[in-house]
Design a protein around this ligand. Structure first.
Ligand SMILES: Nc1ncnc2c1ncn2[C@@H]1O[C@H](COP(=O)(O)OP(=O)(O)OP(=O)(O)O)[C@@H](O)[C@H]1O
Ligand SMILES: [Mg+2]
Length: 602
């Protein structure tokens, strides 16, 4: 489409105005010789048609006004098939030039003798007039172009604003909504078809916009509770005023759903890595069974209670449940109920409202439950929670909503709860130290993690795992494993601190070791001394036993530690300070004795 035809309506108005004044036909052509406006009198092509226009072409090429007082007989008319029969009596053609570019031609055309006379009589005046009209057309075109540029800009800006994750609403100085982006529409469940008179208060009741418009001062990052469709949601809002010549003419308010803000804060502040079930190392049957169970449970939202001694991997399991499951994109929020002073735990868990209590930060704060929305909250050391808070927690579990300290309206939450403790909750319930109703609410899916001493077969894969984890960090890449003696000491130990204690022991040993295999002597002293202490302790504290019985017990123990294979027996014999053949003899004797007992019993 040519430049002129885009502004066809304006051009036509100009043509009609000229014709009314001059009583002469006006035809305006674009630079393709297509008629874009015509006053309709006489014989000529209609709008949209292309003309041969030899004279018009000349006016465009020469960029000057051309007068043709004898159409059909002019030199330029010679190639035309209407040469000698042209219905036009005279014409005057003025090019329209914008930025040195010819956009078209305005032609005044006489179709009757009287029009011809008038045209030729007023020729000088008409030429000037046409040049002025050409300027008018140019200014119309420039205006049209500007409007187009502006509307393209507006369109671009709207698209940009719609891409912004924040909701944006612009209001005038009366709070009337001028514009808002898609995020705002989604956030407030309003649509672009709002009427012209919609005020921001109609959409968001408790927005402090009046203060802003009156004072001229905006605000930054204020948390505002909003009532939307009967639900309370919290948004983080900022406002800036728009001013003209010092006067407030409106404001732009931005909003972010606190759930997104919380997620963002969680993502940048608490990246603790994702944890999958593959990170739970085990060769133990009960643990393998537990891992399979976890895989299934991760897909559910039911409450889980993990019980196990300190350091058995309760948190690792809680994380795996979250990161293997359907909520993995949501936050995983941990709260250690024993680490936070009781007085603060309530506000940590449930948050508080602006000015809720003395000492509370002015602005109010969301609690861990709100922060965990859409994800999982891990209530660690739940057994250490005070009875008063147990009652509040019970309410959250029942209602699935939290009430901030000092708050009026509860906030609904979608959170999976995983609790853990190393205390015996059932025992605590009996002793009235833990609420029975809360215990049952938490104990929907109970998981018990056996202590490490009951899964000796996990020691070897775990120490290998920790060796690989630490040797690079500690610049000890040369270490390739453990001597069997070191492993035996590790298997012997009591591990009250379970896997955490084992992990620390391995880290210690890697630090101490200078050879390629970790030797027993590099292990922490408490582990080396343990068996000696235990044994001397047992020997000294127990009653006198027959030597034969002690010998048999030691042989059994050695085989349990070193294994029943030939290599195991060799090591067992070495540890017992006897030859391999002596060990075989003693084992044979033991079997004989056992058979004898069997026959005797029968
Ligand atoms: N099966 C396992 N495989 C690999 N690492 C493990 C395993 N179990 C526990 N760990 C590691 O042992 C350490 C202690 O685990 P975690 O913190 O999960 O135990 P916990 O039961 O929560 O302890 P606490 O009762 O002291 O809070 C962590 O570093 C964890 O990664
Ligand atoms: Mg823990």
């Amino acid at each position: 489409m040519s430049y002129l035809s885009e502004s066809r309506e304006d051009i036509q108005k100009i043509a009609d105005a000229i014709a009314a004044v001059l009583d002469i036909e006006v035809i305006i052509y674009d630079n393709d010789l297509v008629v874009v406006a015509t006053t309709g009198g006489g014989v000529h092509n209609s709008i949209g048609q292309k003309v041969r226009g030899y004279v018009i072409k000349e006016a465009m090429e020469k960029k000057c006004v051309i007068v043709n007082d004898r159409p059909g007989y002019h030199d330029l008319c010679q190639p035309c098939h209407l040469c000698g029969t042209c219905p036009e009596q005279a014409n005057i053609n003025c090019p329209i030039i914008l930025n040195n570019q010819v956009l078209g031609v305005i032609g005044l055309t006489a179709f009757s003798e009287s029009q011809r006379e008038s045209l030729l009589r007023n020729l000088p005046g008409l030429q000037t007039f046409l040049e002025k009209i050409s300027d008018l057309v140019k200014s119309k075109l420039a205006e049209h172009e500007l409007v187009q540029q502006l509307s393209a800009l507006v369109n671009k800006l709207e698209n940009i604003l719609d891409c912004v994750n924040e909701g944006l609403i612009a209001v005038d100085n009366n709070g009337k909504v001028l514009q808002y982006n898609k995020t705002a529409a989604k956030l407030f469940e309003v649509y672009y078809s709002q009427s012209d008179t919609t005020k921001i208060e109609d959409i968001i009741a408790n927005i402090p916009i009046k203060e802003v418009l009156i004072s001229g001062n905006g605000y930054t990052d204020r948390e505002i509770p909003l009532e939307i469709a009967g639900k309370t949601i919290y948004v983080m809002s900022s406002a800036r005023t728009m001013k003209k010549e010092g006067k407030v003419i409106g404001a732009v308010i931005s909003f972010r759903d606190m759930r997104d803000v919380n997620k963002f804060v969680y993502e940048i502040s608490s990246y603790q890595g994702q944890h999958s079930l593959d990170e739970i190392i085990t060769s133990n049957t009960i643990m393998k069974h537990l891992k399979n169970k976890l895989r299934v449970l991760s897909k559910s939202s039911s409450t889980v209670l993990i019980q196990g001694e300190s350091g058995t991997g309760k948190e690792l399991i809680a994380r795996a449940l979250h990161f293997e499951g359907t909520r993995k994109e949501g936050p995983f929020i941990t709260i250690n109920c024993s680490a936070i002073p009781e007085a603060l735990l309530e506000s940590e868990l449930f948050g508080y409202e602006e000015g809720a209590f003395t000492g509370a930060k002015k602005k109010g704060k969301p609690g861990k439950f709100e922060l965990a929305n859409g994800g999982t909250i891990f209530l660690d050391e739940i057994g250490d929670m005070h009875l008063y808070l147990q009652a509040k927690l019970l309410r959250v579990l029942q209602e699935r909503e939290v009430e901030r300290v000092g708050g009026i309206k509860p906030v609904s939450i979608d959170v999976r709860i995983i609790a853990a403790t190393n205390r015996n909750l059932e025992e605590m319930v009996k002793n009235k130290e833990f609420r029975e109703d809360l215990f049952f609410r938490l104990n929907v899916i109970p998981l018990f993690i056996p202590p490490l001493r009951e899964r000796i077969e996990d020691i070897e894969p775990l120490v290998e795992h920790f060796l690989n984890k630490y040797k690079f960090v500690l610049n000890k890449e040369q270490i390739i494993g453990f001597t069997s003696q070191a492993v035996n000491f590790l298997k012997e130990y009591n591990w009250t601190g379970n896997i955490r204690e084992l992990e620390n022991a391995v880290e210690y040993a890697i630090n101490m070791e200078t050879k390629v295999k970790i030797e027993a002597s590099s292990l922490p002293h408490r582990i080396l001394n343990y068996s000696k202490n235990v044994e001397t302790g047992i020997l000294l504290n127990s009653k006198i036993l027959p030597l034969a019985q002690i010998e048999e017990t030691m042989i059994e123990k050695a085989l349990k530690i070193y294994g029943d294979s030939l290599a195991g027996k060799k090591n067992a014999a070495a540890a017992l300070g006897i030859d391999l053949s002596t060990l075989y003899r003693k084992l044979k004797q033991k079997r004989k004795n056992a058979k004898a007992i069997l026959y005797k019993d029968n």
